[in-house]
Design a protein around this ligand. Structure first.
Ligand SMILES: Nc1ncnc2c1ncn2[C@@H]1O[C@H](COP(=O)(O)OP(=O)(O)OP(=O)(O)O)[C@@H](O)[C@H]1O
Ligand SMILES: CC(=O)C(=O)O
Ligand SMILES: [K+]
Ligand SMILES: [Mg+2]
Length: 576
């Protein structure tokens, strides 16, 4: 192919009274005769031969409708060294698509330890307000921020609320306690000064506990990791007999069962967000966390309340609210809850304490699918690599479980105890990374037919049109075997719509806002960069190409599909 050519499709606004500015849904593309395989709408699945100076532009908006150019000086590109190294070494196609959330705990709270996790591929650091003091959490959050500032990482911070379910005390600072079969333990609502707590006595946080529980009830710690049966009640003390031995961990969740059913009674009346949680939320807002994960969500109302509270407290903040699916009540209102939230977490730990274990996998699958439909990021959490709390290699079953979540194309996988207090946090992270890469590659090699029928999620007509542009861009990238999609996004919305399509190639998301960059870091397949850009798509592209080329992250000849939410356009272009 010799010489250069360029063509673009210019569109005229549709003559519609309802949507006077609505552009053509189906842009007319003029394809020169001498480039037979170029038409992106008809290209076959085989690798197409692209001309040297390829540049195709499909624009949904007539050029005149674009907002006036607001040139901003490019200060440079915020990218971390891990992404940079990965892109240089492996090229675009093999970057990891599944994101990783690590719970930060005593084993990983120092700056060097957090840095080691970031280097190992942590995308989101989670702090769990069930444990530790606010000062402890503040230090962790600030270390993550410092790391981002110093090393260019985009590690987001997720604050997880305690919620007001029933749980045990913190074992006076002990890491754990062992309960053996046949032992007698006392669960009590009495308060003790730390040294005076008798042996085999556990304080329970919920005052109504001793009243609600009955002799003969089964008491499950952590969803059945340890089991007791209630043999006697003496005032505030509930005397129990251990029937299934195991390890008691600080603040472990407690549920009680009567005749094979979960007893909810007054427990169900506890608020989802307790007064302590509200203080933690104020703390999270003040510290500028990126996500607040709400424990034991039962209905969409609480999510709506929290979102309006955040907006009122901090109108500028973009804190995303994640609904943790772990309570039996949430299952009845799943769609409504996810719709109201900015994302969801399948919190399998507590979920498995509220529904029979054999139902947990199907709930996981359902939540993952629903989130994809509704365009919300979803995290699969708890016990992914539980044995790695103590051992340096996972079980085969754990690897299979992780593979399943990756195969379901969840946005993120989460480490809990494995990274918070386990012996091998970095090794556990490495396992998530390598299993993700392997399964993702396998899916691509098998050319998995993604049959997901994605309903429209946008509500206004212009937004719907742009959603279709993103869907088309993903499809084009797949059919034309593009090396990457570039998206220039001010709000992050178009990047999320592209991610939702789970395209074959990675999506480079350029956004001028650091907090949006961090939020996008939870989304499947997105590589977020912070970049100031203008409304001039061509000049953005040229600058991005030269910045990325200078750092060896892309090469001449790479084939890129470009989407911009400013111009609402698609371009197909070869890096010059
Ligand atoms: N900030 C912390 N300080 C001390 N220990 C922590 C901290 N965060 C986590 N841990 C330890 O790691 C374990 C696992 O953490 P994880 O966040 O999964 O908590 P969890 O108690 O299982 O509750 P949740 O249901 O909210 O996940 C905890 O049981 C606790 O022992
Ligand atoms: C993560 C969490 O809260 C759970 O699995 O219960
Ligand atoms: K929690
Ligand atoms: Mg939980």
């Amino acid at each position: 192919m010799s010489g250069s050519f360029r063509f673009s499709a210019s569109l005229s606004p549709l003559q519609s009274r309802e949507f006077p500015r609505m552009p053509f849904l189906k842009p007319h593309i003029h394809v020169p005769n001498h480039v037979p395989a170029l038409n992106p709408m008809t290209a076959a699945h085989s690798r197409v031969v692209l001309p040297e100076n390829l540049k195709v532009k499909l624009s949904a908006l007539p050029i005149t409708m674009a907002s006036p150019a607001a040139m901003t000086e490019v200060e440079g590109l915020d990218v971390d060294m891990v992404t940079e190294a990965e892109l240089k070494e492996n090229g675009f196609r093999s970057t990891r698509r599944t994101k990783i959330v690590c719970t930060i705990g005593p084993r990983t709270c120092e700056f060097e330890q957090i840095e080691a996790l970031a280097v190992g591929g942590m995308n989101v650091a989670r702090v769990n307000m069930c444990h530790g003091t606010r000062e402890w959490h503040r230090d962790v959050i600030r270390r993550v921020r410092q790391l981002n500032e110093e090393k260019g990482f985009a590690v987001a911070v997720m604050m997880d609320t305690e919620g007001s379910e029933i749980h045990m005390d913190d074992l006076n600072g002990a890491e754990s306690a062992k309960a053996e079969d046949g032992e007698i333990w006392t669960f009590t609502v009495r308060a003790f000064d730390p040294p005076s707590c008798p042996e085999r006595t556990i304080t329970v946080n919920y005052d109504g506990f001793a009243e609600d529980v009955k002799v003969g009830d089964e008491l499950l710690v952590d969803g059945g990791m340890v089991r007791f049966v209630v043999t006697e009640k003496i005032g505030p003390d509930v005397i129990c007999h251990c029937t299934d031995r195991g390890l008691l961990l600080p603040r472990a969740n407690l549920t009680f069962w009567r005749n094979g059913s979960l007893v909810q009674e007054r427990n169900a009346m506890l608020p989802t967000i307790s007064s302590k949680d509200w203080l933690d939320i104020d703390f999270g807002i003040a510290e500028g966390v990126d996500f607040i994960a709400v424990s034991f969500v039962k209905s969409a109302e609480v999510i709506k309340t929290l979102k309006s509270y955040i907006t009122a407290q901090s109108p500028e903040s973009r804190i995303a609210v994640i609904a943790k699916i772990e309570s039996i009540d949430s299952l009845e209102n799943l769609e409504e809850i996810i719709q109201a939230s900015d994302g969801a977490m399948v919190a399998r730990g507590d979920l498995g304490a509220q529904i029979p274990l054999e139902q947990v996998p199907s709930v996981q699958q359902k939540v993952v699918q629903l989130c994809r439909q509704l365009n919300k990021p979803v995290i699969v959490a708890s016990q992914l690599l539980e044995s790695m709390i103590e051992y340096p290699i996972p079980t085969r079953a754990e690897v299979a479980d992780v593979s399943e979540a990756v195969g379901q194309q969840a946005d993120g996988l989460m480490l809990s105890s494995e990274s918070a207090m386990g012996l091998y946090p970095e090794k556990a992270l490495a396992v998530l990374r390598s299993v993700s890469l392997r399964i993702e590659r396998q899916r691509r090699e098998e050319k998995h037919l993604d049959t997901a029928d994605l309903p429209i999620v946008s509500s206004s007509m212009p937004a719907i049109i742009f959603e279709e542009i993103c869907n088309t861009a993903s499809r084009m990238a797949k059919k034309l075997e593009a090396d990457a999609i570039f998206v220039y996004t001010k709000t992050g919305q178009s990047a999320s719509l592209l991610s939702r399509n789970r395209p074959d190639c990675p999506v480079f998301a350029f956004t001028p806002t650091t907090s949006i960059r961090r939020c996008l870091n939870l989304r499947w397949g997105l590589i977020p960069f912070r970049l100031d850009f203008s409304d001039d798509v061509d000049s953005n592209l040229n600058r991005t190409f030269s910045l990325l080329k200078a750092r060896g992250m892309i090469n001449s000849g790479d084939f890129i599909i470009v989407v911009s939410d400013v111009m609402q356009s698609i371009q197909a272009i070869k890096v010059p």
